[in-house]
Design a protein around this ligand. Structure first.
Ligand code: HEM
Length: 217
């Protein structure tokens, strides 16, 4: 099948992806210091930096939500159970036998069914939980000092446990994500695509597809 360079990831999408990656790495690193796993910045500074990065992440999330709805890209993340078994089968067996990817990547459908499900879960569950519990953690600590009476929250413990579970889930996601980005056509194919926006895809005739030569952005 003929291949051609296709513009898959737009400029904002790449900016959002890499900013989010840096901020989440930093939040995990400072967060686990706050948790007591090691000492690097010192507890006080770790909390200060964790808060700054958290505000930056919240601002980024607001822009990203706007971008996804304004461009209609949110549709990419609507999960579908079609081909999910084939995709799982590919990652567990096919990939080690050089089998072809079970789903085809196009500009209008750039996520495979497992990615759709995972990213959807992150967007509607893990990220909201980590942001909400993080904000409650801040509200508990700073303005009132003790408890959030209006919400009947008298102890930090539950919030801390929920925030930490979500942090572990995000770290687990990052580990899986780092492995899976190496499973493209070549080890660096997916990484290059998220850096440059372009990826070599099989030629097809999806409506609305923008190729490198047609790209005007
Ligand atoms: C907008 C998002 C976030 C907010 C508002 C937030 C806020 C906070 C706050 C206020 C604390 C407590 C600091 C203190 O003790 O004074 C904390 C702790 C922590 N954060 Fe975050 N955080 C966010 C995102 C993250 C992310 C993305 C991760 C990791 C992937 C993370 C991991 C942790 C961990 C592990 C702790 C220590 C929990 C404990 O042992 O009590 N946080 N966070």
């Amino acid at each position: 099948m003929k291949k051609k360079q296709v513009y898959v990831y737009k400029a904002f999408e790449r900016f959002w992806h890499w900013m989010q990656a840096i901020l989440i790495f930093f939040l995990a690193f400072s967060g686990f210091e706050i948790h007591g796993s090691y000492t690097f910045f010192g507890f006080r500074d770790a909390v200060k930096y964790h808060n700054i990065a958290a505000y930056m992440l919240i601002i980024l999330i607001v822009f990203a939500i706007f971008w996804h709805f304004a461009t209609g890209e949110w549709r990419q993340y609507v999960p579908s159970f079609r081909n999910i078994a084939a995709q799982l089968n590919y990652y567990i067996f096919g990939i080690f036998k050089n089998a072809p990817h079970p789903t085809r990547k196009t500009v209008l459908s750039k996520l495979n069914p497992l990615q759709k499900l995972t990213y959807f879960g992150l967007k509607i569950l893990v990220i909201p939980v980590i942001v909400t519990s993080g904000l409650l953690y801040m509200l508990y600590r700073y303005p009132q000092k003790y408890g959030i009476e209006s919400l009947n929250i008298e102890s930090l413990e539950v919030i801390a446990i929920i925030h930490t579970i979500a942090a572990f889930l995000l770290v687990a996601f990052i580990i899986a994500h780092l492995y899976l980005i190496t499973t493209g056509e070549k080890v660096t194919t997916n990484l290059k695509a998220m850096l440059t926006g372009y990826e070599e895809l099989e030629e097809h005739h999806d409506e609305g597809e923008v190729t490198s030569s047609e790209k005007s952005e």
